[in-house]
Design a protein around this ligand. Structure first.
Ligand code: SAH
Length: 403
């Protein structure tokens, strides 16, 4: 079987980054003519001297190959043959890591099982919500592998997955003309409630953003819970109300959730109701965040969360995005009560930790408030960063004490 895998040979000297285990091959590095090659095909990558460097998925574009296996592992796969057992083994490894992280418990069944390059499966995201897996392909190769992946997911007995929902309508390259349909590959809808640290959430993978929930804020929500007691909490960009529900459990005095999307506000109300029925401490408002901050009274809140969508979706948008972060943070710091806590985030991959911190620094300086950093936050362990692929790090946050 392995002999059937086409080989792409690199130009001389272009093997450098692969020898350092960076899992991408850029199109300019390839010497072999790829014109007859099917997009999404599994290929072998060889150095100019013919030595095998890796096995990956080919795609038309600047990143031409995303490597699934490198070094010794690729050599052994080339020997034994590359088939569905590769995906089964990878998913089993991913599951074992989540298990060892203590994420799979009777009171926690929402977590990320596969985080692309961070789990050596570039182009693939899998989030687990109870007995449903939501699968998102970002590469053509993963799109073609979707049924094998779905079977592999349901074949792991401990994972206990009954339903696999495939959601790649907006994540695959448009030019590949795959026309993927968001739908169940296996099973069907069997309820949408999941548990995060004992809190109940409706996860709307059918209509919601991304896979339906931002599991990447789990640890930061837990931290928030510890800061919430007796505070008046403003949760900006609340989406499903994750931070709001933790603030309520943390005995916040009141919680206001803000999102410009009416659908998000309905989800937030539903999730607060699920955990704290009839609790009058909570109120959700559908309004633009900048509008809300401009209109809000001075000192009305002593804990504010700012978790906006990625302001920079690509490198070209960085300057404007940094201005956006500065403006947003300055608006919150301007109005927050003395002795307050500010949780502020950026999920823009294109913006570095340093750049974000500088934007928040500029916001602080603009307001003249005394501001101290209490914690520096990042993505949780079920969103691991492959050390050879630093691009996998995207979530940055600061907990600030504002006087
Ligand atoms: N904090 C959330 C995730 C936020 S996702 C969580 O923990 O799950 C970003 C949210 O910002 C989306 O729900 C989107 O509707 C909302 N949003 C985008 N632009 C906005 C704006 N200008 N004002 C208010 N909300 C906005």
């Amino acid at each position: 079987m392995s002999t059937a895998i086409p080989v792409l040979t690199l130009r001389r000297g272009k093997e450098e980054s692969l020898l350092r285990f960076h899992p991408w091959v850029f199109s300019g590095a390839i010497a072999t003519d790829t014109s007859g090659l099917e997009e999404g095909a599994t290929v072998k990558i060889a150095a100019a001297d013919g030595s095998l460097l890796g096995i990956g998925h080919y795609q038309i574009g600047s990143i031409a190959v995303r490597l699934l296996a490198m070094g010794r592992e690729a050599a052994s796969l080339a020997e034994t043959g590359f088939d569905e057992s590769f995906y089964i083994n990878r998913l089993a490894e991913a599951f074992r890591l989540r298990q060892s992280l203590g994420l799979i418990r009777p009171d926690n069944n929402a977590y990320r099982l596969v985080h692309g390059e961070g789990d050596f499966l570039p182009g693939l995201i899998v989030d687990i919500y109870g007995d449903t897996a939501v699968v998102q392909a970002h590469s053509v190769g993963m799109h073609y592998a979707r049924n094998i992946i779905a079977d592999a997911l349901t074949s792991l007995p401990e994972l206990a997955i009954a339903n696999v929902y495939y959601k790649s309508e907006t994540t695959l390259p448009f030019k590949a003309q795959l026309d993927p349909v968001n739908d169940y590959i296996l099973g069907s809808y069997s309820g949408n409630e999941a548990l995060e640290n004992g809190l109940r959430f409706h996860i709307d993978w059918l209509r919601g953003q991304k896979t339906g929930f931002f599991v990447d804020q789990r640890d930061n929500r837990s931290l928030l819970e510890r800061f919430a007691r007796g505070r008046r909490v403003l949760n900006m960009f609340c989406y499903t109300g994750g931070f709001s529900v933790y603030a309520m459990r943390g005995e916040a005095k009141k919680v206001v959730s803000v999102d410009s999307s009416a659908k998000a506000i309905a989800l937030t109300d539903a999730n607060v109701g699920l955990n704290f029925p009839g609790d009058t401490r909570h109120e959700a408002v559908a309004v633009d965040a900048f509008r809300y901050l401009a209109d809000m009274e001075q000192d009305a809140f002593d804990l504010i969360i700012l978790d906006p969508p990625a302001f920079a979706k690509h490198r070209g948008a960085i300057r404007n995005a940094l201005r956006g972060y500065q403006r947003l943070n300055a608006a919150a710091m301007e109005k927050i009560a003395p002795g307050s806590i500010l949780f502020t985030f950026s999920c823009s991959q294109a913006i570095t930790r340093e750049q974000f911190r500088l934007a928040v620094f500029s916001a602080a300086a603009q307001t003249g408030r005394r501001v101290r950093i209490l914690h520096q936050l990042t993505q949780p362990a079920d969103h691991p960063v492959n050390i050879y692929h630093p691009e996998g790090e995207y979530l940055k946050g600061l907990i600030l004490y504002v006087e």
